[in-house]
Design a protein. Sequence first.
Lengths: 162, 274
Amino acid sequence: MPTIGAHGIMSRLPAGFEGRIFVRTSTVGMTYPVAQFATFPLPDNVGDFGSGAVTLMGPLDVFVCLFEYGPESSGTALFAQRGRPAVLSPNDFSPVRLRRGLLGQSGTQSFFTEAGRPFSLYAVLGSHVHRASLVPRVNALISSLTVNSTTADVPVPRPQWN
Amino acid sequence: MVALVVVSTFMVLVLGVLVAGLLRSHADILRSLHELGVGVGDPASTTHSVPSLSALDPATPSSASGLGPAPTVAGVTPTGDARAIAVDHNDGLTLLGFLSSGCATCAGFWHALQAPEALNLPDGTRVAIVTKGPDREVPSEVGALTTGRVPVVMSTEAWLDYKIPGSPFFVLVDGSTGQMIGQGVASHVGQLAELIRRAEHDRLPDRRRRRRRPSPLNGLDGPARAVAADDVLQAAGIHPGDPSLYPTSLEDVFPFGTPTESAGMPQAHADQVD
């Protein structure tokens, strides 16, 4: 099972998923880690919440985004929930919860604090009609995630002289 | 006279032993080369099982069905982000180029693979470059070769998973089956194109069955796109004045309800990109 990890977020990817965990470069202000996972080829240049990617989804695809907010959001009412949702149900998904309405798709978003870090979990289903069969794939991805309390990664050994 | 004959016979015997030894040594070398996949002739005496990579002629790319399943490539980017590329969840081909930052032969492929439109790849072909991980490559050197146009993943594990013998090396994966359908070495872009052409030819019957009709709007912009869109609408029976072109409420556009785009979303990132 392939595993990716960076910036204090790790995932043991379920079958059929690919993903990226990155921090967008910025010349102004601070940016924080974003993790994106998809069951379809994920372009490199997509928006944090999947603009540029969700339009490529097929009806049986899912897209999941874990988006970290700044530390000033910690302790606020919006992020009061401790830990990510353990299991999402088909009823959590609705076309009106999409950040960008695309016909046939549906989404859900929840805010929480995990390991002291404020996050938003945003998931999109390629087809609202097929939500009963697609939501388990989202849940498999969510359960594969591990969040550390720090964004520091274990240093990787560099090439060096023997 | 007798002594001369004895000496001559002895010399002939010694030379005969030397020649036999040389022939045996030569046969051993040929057998070893064949096991490495670069042998010539038919080593009938060998019955060793040959792994798939050894079956390749490393001088040229090859294609075949059933080279085995292609695992997901997971690693890091030159900037330290994490990246995983699955190769078994789409109908198109995925070309994985296993390159190094320091190999001279790879230089041309770094440029060619990051301009895939010039390779005349089949529609929907995805290109990704895979180097060894940060334990074997210097990320800044890999980053200097990266243009951002195609994914570049640093993963020693991928090299091991795919049993890559050296760089440059290429693997072509059929996304509909998740199977490797071609792999091999290429010394220039022309050989790589030959690998892809052969693999595409091999799976052509399947592609014909599954080929999606490309959108007539692809690659168009401005008035040409508008004209093409009109043609598509008319072909679908939607002519000027059709009621569906003039929605009177949001429910006409969003039959499930109105989207709540960005409503109440906190903006913690300086450069958040939706």
